[in-house]
Ligand binder design. Sequence first.
Ligand code: LIP
Length: 278
Amino acid sequence: MSDPWQECMDYCVEVTKQAGKMIQDALRKDISIMQKSSPVDLVTETDQKVEELIISSIKKKYPSHSFIGEESVAAGASSILTDNPTWIIDPIDGTTNFVHRFPFVSVSIGFALNKQIEFGIVYSCMEDKMYTARKGKGAFCNGIPIKVSEQQDITKTLVLTEMGFKKDPEHFRIMMANMQSILSIPVHGIRTPGSAAVNLCLVACGAADAYYHMGIHCWDMAGGSVIVTEAGGVVTDITGGPFDLMSRRLIAASRHGIAECIAKKIQQFHCGRDDTDD
Ligand code: LIP
């Protein structure tokens, strides 16, 4: 019997390869940079062209499906997640990295059915790594199965986070205090690679043990979250409670114990939701 969602996933991999090729070509040319919400919230013509390519290719084949894309939302489209099959797209996750040619730049696509992610694809373009996962079917990098790390001792972990562009003094103070509090556990180190989707894949393949972030968006998390869980890891809210894709915050970890330790060390700040104006 044919499996319609597997067909969607296979098609998504093909479209993601085309998107990745567009980004790789753009990296060899001059990049013209524009600002979004602030001087450190960047967008390029390539972000917009890649999103157009992805959405138009998928719409042609699946006209009744819904889309939430970073650049479409920036241009005023809705980011309400419904029960309809929905493609959640970040055309370039790590735009600042792209602008600087810092090597973690990805295309991230998550496909949701009844508001649950069914599959995720993250293509790390400069590393040429295609991460894929479908619910219940495992996680892969370039077709090879991946697994989270087996580390159980928080003091031997490598933790990822990002500093984002919320630079108001209170958020900045909490972000720095959180890093200090995690480093003082102690852990082996903290890294901020600059692409949320790549960070999730680094946890999924065991190169890092955990990742926490407040202030990202559903398109940064959708593709990578299922890659982590299918690789044997956990994705939770920043409090350690259930993960909510629209909540703009998460902890991803190789195991519950590690996620719980991090949740206990983190102070929260208000980052709103993707599905309200709050
Ligand atoms: C980026 C994230 C990154 C975070 C940036 C931004 P974009 O997404 O992946 O981890 O630090 O603030 O949200 O905007 O490049 O798609």
